[in-house]
Design a protein around this ligand. Structure first.
Ligand SMILES: Nc1ncnc2c1ncn2[C@@H]1O[C@H](COP(=O)(O)OP(=O)(O)OP(=O)(O)O)[C@@H](O)[C@H]1O
Ligand SMILES: [Mg+2]
Length: 387
């Protein structure tokens, strides 16, 4: 059976005639004598083409054409018109008719016109399908592009991070080498200086002024030694003992050490321990240094009050700690220097605090990131693997 056609005409003879001719050509033919039923048949049967009479008693043929085109855009309409009504035909074509056939018509002309419209319809529908397909593909490509851009961005960021980490490790490695050498070379003569001054002091007992100078020499020697010890700490691990410890306890104990300072500076301590992480295998003195250095820095920035916020969370793999303050913040241009040994903006700072923090966190396979908004405060986010 070929395509379905619907004939809408109030003249019985036209219906019978067209049905006979078209069925003879293999079409499936539906018939009705009024437009109203025609709409229902189209909705139910979805015919490819409707042959619609322009001159019908109840419904205006033009209105019926418009309605069909609007409600069933895939159904094409061929109009039957009276003879000599070319003006009307133009109007019908403008309103969306695929063709018009003046009555009376010949059978061959009727079939030929229908074949043409069916052919045109097929091409147009296929075209619409292709356009839709093209639009769908365009959107898909757009999405791929966006995904790709995002992945490139993520990878670039990862690369940048990895690069920064390598730089930092190289710096620390170079420093480790240097400081171990320095400590050896400098601490020995320092020790001698100290011993000789002590010997000298025995001869200076009667001269308090000179004695006080010699005391100063010893103090300064001790200060240098102190710096060297700290320098060593940034790069070299001191003897350690791994135990199963609670990181929460380590943080609390470190906070305890600062409780007086927190109170005297009028700082509000906000503790948010969302979870109680399982114990980790670590040296508690080492871990404690992380927090005491961070708290010391934070409190330094909040001499006249502010908020010190400590957050603790964990998931299957890591424990996450954030230490945030509402201090002056770190200027953008310093952000990637704060972990460098010797970098300090403080008059009496040595600039070792954060490099020690970084070294210890790395020892435990963790990560630290700093975020800061000048004028608002600073956050250090730490992640330490659980296993
Ligand atoms: N919470 C913070 N708010 C603002 N700036 C900070 C903060 N923490 C660190 N910094 C900046 O980073 C620098 C380096 O910090 P780091 O702890 O390494 O050394 P330091 O505090 O200067 O000296 P040290 O800790 O050796 O006494 C600081 O001098 C400061 O400029
Ligand atoms: Mg510090």
């Amino acid at each position: 059976m070929r395509e379905k056609l619907l004939v809408v005409d109030d003249e019985r003879t036209i219906l019978d005639l067209t049905a006979m001719v078209l069925r003879g050509k293999g079409f499936e033919v539906l018939l009705t004598d009024n437009a109203q039923d025609g709409y229902d048949i189209i909705a139910a049967e979805d015919p490819a083409v409707v042959l619609l009479d322009y001159m019908m008693p109840k419904v205006n043929g033009l209105a019926a054409l418009c309605e069909i085109r609007q409600r069933f855009p895939q159904t094409y309409v061929i109009m039957f018109t009276g003879k000599g009504s070319e003006d009307i035909a133009v109007e019908l074509m403008k309103a969306g008719a695929a063709d018009y056939i003046p009555k009376p018509f010949s059978n061959t002309n009727l079939v030929e016109r229908i074949e043409n419209v069916l052919h045109l319809r097929e091409i147009e529908l296929r075209n619409i399908e292709l356009l839709e397909e093209r639009e769908r593909l365009r959107k898909e490509i757009e999405k791929w592009n966006r995904d790709l851009e995002q992945r490139v961005e993520e990878k670039s960021l990862e690369l940048k991070r990895a690069h920064a980490e390598i730089l930092q490790s190289e710096k620390l490695a170079a420093l480790g080498h240097l400081s171990a050498g320095m400590a050896h070379e400098i601490r020995n003569p320092l020790n001698s200086i100290s011993l000789f001054v002590q010997v000298l002091q025995t001869g200076l007992k009667d001269d308090p002024e000179l004695l006080s100078y010699s005391e100063k020499v010893i103090q300064e020697v001790e200060r240098i030694d102190d710096i060297l010890v700290k320098l060593l700490a940034t790069s070299k691990r001191s003897p350690f003992q791994l135990r199963s410890i609670s990181i929460q306890d380590v943080i609390d104990k470190a906070l305890e050490m600062f409780s007086e300072q927190i109170q005297s500076q009028g700082v509000d301590l906000i503790k948010e321990y969302e979870t109680s992480p399982p114990p980790i295998l670590a040296d508690s003195d080492e871990l404690s240094q992380i927090f005491s250095n961070l708290f010391a820095n934070a409190l330094f920035e909040m001499a006249t009050g502010g908020n010190l916020e400590v957050r603790l969370r964990h998931n299957e793999h890591n424990v996450m700690i954030s230490v945030c303050d509402t201090g002056r913040g770190i200027p953008q241009e310093h952000l990637n220097q704060v972990f460098d040994p010797f970098f300090t903006t403080k008059k009496k700072g040595t600039g070792f605090g954060l490099s020690v923090v970084l070294r210890i966190i790395k020892t435990y396979g963790g990560r630290i990131e700093v975020k800061s908004e000048p004028g608002k405060g600073t956050c250090f986010d730490i992640r330490i693997p659980l296993g």
